[in-house]
Design a protein around this ligand. Structure first.
Ligand SMILES: NC(=O)c1ccc[n+]([C@@H]2O[C@H](COP(=O)([O-])OP(=O)(O)OC[C@H]3O[C@@H](n4cnc5c(N)ncnc54)[C@H](O)[C@@H]3O)[C@@H](O)[C@H]2O)c1
Length: 254
C-alpha cells in the first residue's frame, strides 16, 4: 500500500520542515522527487539525504512567487504525477499591524506561489492522463487565530483554490486536496518565535505547544504521512477536501 513507484513528484519548499519530511517519505515510497526551493543549499541537503538513502531526487532553485522562474523549472522537469504546494512564509500581526509591503509579500509567496505552480503543473498533468495535487493550508484557513491577518488571508485562499482546481479538473483525472496543520515544530516556527518574541522563546514555545489540546506541536513526519496517503492511489476517491491535522485544535479547544 501507499507505493509511489514510477511517480514523479514536485514538492515546493522541500528544503526544510514539512516539505523536507514529505520529500523524504515520498522518495522512500519510490517517487522521483523534484524540489523547488528558494534556498539552494537547503534543497541540495535534502536531495543528498534522499540519494544517500537510495532514492532519487533533484533540486531546482527558484522563487515560487516569480512565474517565469517557476515555468522554466517545470519545463525542465517535464512530466509530473504529483504536485505538493508546500512552500510558504509566516507573518504575525493583526490588520493594523500589516503593512502594504507585508500583505504583498505574503500574497506573492503563499497565494501567487501556489497559483504559479498549479498554472505550470495542471496542463502537464492534463496532457498525461491526470495527477494529484496537495496544497498546504493551515488551521488559519478554518478558524480565527489572533494576529494572523495576512497569513490567514493567504491560507484561506489556498483552501478555496484547492476546491476550485478539484472541481475544474475532475474530468481530467486530477485530484486536488489540502492539509490544514496546527502548529508543527519546524524551522518556520522557531524562526517566527525568534523574530517576533525575542527573549521569550521558551515561554512562547510552551504556549504554542499547549494551544493544541493534545499538548504538543505536530511533527513534520506526521504531516508527511497524511500527505502520502492523500497523494497515493489508495486515496483515489478523495478530492476537493481539506484535512486538518491539528492535535484537536479545531474541534477540542473548549
Ligand atoms: N509549521 C507549522 O506550524 C505550519 C502550520 C500550518 C501550516 N504550515 C504551512 O506548511 C508549509 C511548510 O511550513 P514549514 O513549517 O515546513 O516551513 P519552513 O520554513 O520550515 O520551510 C518552508 C520552505 O519553503 C521555502 N520557501 C519559502 N519561500 C519560498 C519561495 N518564495 N520560493 C521557494 N521556496 C520558498 C523555504 O526556503 C523553506 O525551505 C507552509 O506553507 C506553512 O504555511 C506550517
Amino acid at each position: 500500500m501507499f507505493s509511489l513507484q514510477n511517480k514523479i513528484a514536485v514538492i515546493t519548499g522541500g528544503g526544510s520542515g514539512i516539505g523536507k519530511a514529505i520529500s523524504k517519505l515520498f522518495a522512500k515510497q519510490g517517487a522521483t522527487i523534484h524540489i523547488i526551493e528558494l534556498n539552494a543549499a537547503a534543497a541540495q541537503h535534502t536531495v543528498e539525504e534522499i540519494n544517500a538513502d537510495g532514492g532519487q531526487a533533484f533540486a531546482h532553485t527558484a522563487d515560487i512567487s516569480k512565474q517565469p522562474e517557476v515555468l522554466q523549472v517545470f519545463e525542465r522537469i517535464g512530466v509530473i504525477n504529483i504536485l505538493v504546494n508546500n512552500a510558504g512564509i509566516a507573518h504575525v500581526g493583526n490588520l493594523e499591524g500589516t503593512s502594504e509591503a507585508d500583505i504583498d509579500r505574503i500574497y506573492s509567496v503563499n497565494v501567487k506561489g501556489a497559483y504559479n505552480a498549479l498554472y505550470a503543473a495542471v496542463p502537464v498533468m492534463k496532457a498525461h492522463g491526470g495527477g494529484v495535487i496537495l496544497n498546504m493550508a493551515s488551521i488559519a484557513s478554518l478558524v480565527g487565530i489572533t494576529d494572523r491577518f495576512a497569513y490567514s488571508m493567504s491560507k484561506g485562499a489556498i483552501y478555496a483554490m484547492s476546491m476550485s482546481v478539484a472541481r475544474d479538473y475532475m474530468a481530467d483525472n486530477i485530484r486536488c486536496n489540502s492539509i490544514s496543520p496546527a502548529r508543527v515544530h519546524t524551522p518556520f516556527v522557531d524562526g517566527f518565535i525568534a523574530k517576533n518574541y525575542p527573549g521569550k522563546e521558551t515561554e512562547i514555545f510552551e504556549k504554542l505547544s499547549k494551544s493544541q489540546p493534545i499538548g504538543r506541536m505536530g511533527k513534520p513526519e506526521e504531516v508527511a504521512a497524511l500527505a502520502l496517503y492523500l497523494c497515493s492511489d489508495e486515496a483515489g476517491f478523495i478530492t476537493g477536501c481539506d484535512y486538518p491535522i491539528d492535535g484537536g485544535f479545531i474541534k477540542l479547544n473548549n
